[in-house]
Design a protein around this ligand. Structure first.
Ligand code: A2P
Length: 270
C-alpha cells in the first residue's frame, strides 16, 4: 500500500479543495488513542466545536474521515484527538504520522456542537466518551463558552484509566492558561468515569445520569430544562442513549438554524 504523508509528495498529488498541512507534534496515550497538532492555514476559520475532514493519499486516492477540531478557534495551530483502529482504513496509517509529515484537510468546517446552537442557560453539560471529548477540548478553551454559561461541566467516560490522560492534561493546562485560566478555574468542572477498571467514579454516563449519582457527585440539582443545556459526543449508541435521557428530563434537541436546549454529534472516525 502506498501512503503519502510527506509534504512534497502530498503537495504534488493533493486534490483540489484540500489544504496540505504540516504535523507539528504527536503524542500517543494508549494503543487506542493519540493526539496530533498541525499548522493552520491562514485563511481557515471555524467555530469552536466544529469538525473538518482530515485525510491522506492512499494508493493514489484521498481518504478522509471527519475529525472534531480539539483546539479553540483562536489557536494558531489545529489539534486533533484520534482513535487508532488496527484495520481502520485511515487510522491504521494516520497513527504512524510524525512531526514534519503532512496531512490533507478539506477547506470547509461544519458541525452542531457549537455555542450558537444552544439557547442561553445557566449550566452546560458536555457529555463525552472516548475521543468524543475532542469538540469539548475546543469549547472549554473558548472564552465565549464562559461568557454564555455560569458553569461548564465536562464529563468524560472511558473504558480504562489511561484513556483519561488527554482530558486530565487538557483541563490542567486550560486552568493554567493565561487567556482563559481564570474563567476556567471559576466555571469549569471535569467529571471523569471509567467502565472497565477500578476508579473512584465508575460506570457509563447514562447509568450515572439515570441513578442520579452524577448530580450527587457534582453537588448540583437534577437536570432542569429551564437552566441546563447539553452537548453530546461519543459512539452512536452513547449518543442515542444519552439523548433519550435528556429528552426524558424535558430538554429539546437544537441545531444551528434552530437553537434549543441540547445538541448531538457523532464522534466519527474509524
Ligand atoms: P463500556 O465499557 O460499558 O462499553 P468506546 O471506546 O467503545 O467508544 O467506549 C467508550 C466509553 O463509552 C466506554 O466507557 C463505554 O462503556 C461507554 N459506552 C459505550 N456504549 C455506551 C452507551 N450506549 N451509553 C453510554 N456509554 C457507553
Amino acid at each position: 500500500m502506498n501512503v503519502l504523508a510527506k509534504a512534497a509528495d502530498l503537495e504534488a498529488a493533493a486534490p483540489a479543495g484540500a489544504f496540505v498541512q504540516e504535523v507539528t507534534s504527536v503524542q500517543h496515550y494508549t494503543d487506542r488513542l493519540f493526539k496530533f497538532r498541525m499548522t493552520r492555514p491562514a485563511s481557515f476559520r471555524f467555530r469552536s466545536g466544529e469538525f473538518v475532514m482530515i485525510g491522506l493519499m492512499i494508493d493514489g486516492k484521498p481518504l478522509y474521515r471527519a475529525y472534531s477540531i480539539a483546539s479553540p478557534s483562536w489557536d494558531e495551530e489545529l489539534e486533533f484527538f484520534s482513535i487508532k483502529v488496527p484495520d481502520g482504513p485511515l487510522t491504521q496509517h494516520l497513527q504512524k504520522i510524525q512531526p514534519g509529515d503532512a496531512v490533507l484537510m478539506k477547506k470547509k468546517p461544519t458541525g452542531t456542537l457549537v455555542n450558537d446552537a444552544l439557547i442561553p442557560g445557566k449550566r452546560v453539560y458536555m457529555f463525552s466518551t472516548g475521543t468524543g471529548l475532542a469538540p469539548f477540548a475546543s469549547l472549554i478553551r473558548d472564552p465565549e463558552t464562559y461568557e454564555k454559561f455560569d458553569q461548564v461541566i465536562v464529563t468524560h467516560t472511558c473504558r480504562e484509566v489511561a484513556e483519561l490522560k488527554y482530558g486530565l492534561d487538557l483541563v490542567e493546562e486550560t486552568k493554567n492558561d493565561p487567556l482563559i485560566g481564570e474563567l476556567a478555574q471559576e466555571k469549569l468542572v471535569h467529571y471523569t468515569s471509567v467502565t472497565r477498571e477500578d476508579y473512584p467514579f465508575k460506570g457509563r454516563i447514562t447509568d450515572l445520569i439515570e441513578s442520579g449519582k452524577l448530580f450527587t457527585d457534582l453537588g448540583v440539582p437534577p437536570l432542569d430544562p429551564a437552566i441546563d443545556r447539553g452537548m453530546i459526543c461519543g459512539s452512536m449508541e452513547m449518543l442515542k442513549d444519552t439523548k433519550a435521557l435528556l429528552e426524558k428530563a424535558g430538554l429539546n434537541e437544537g441545531a444551528n438554524n434552530k437553537p434549543a436546549e441540547f445538541v448531538v454529534e457523532r464522534a466519527f472516525v474509524g
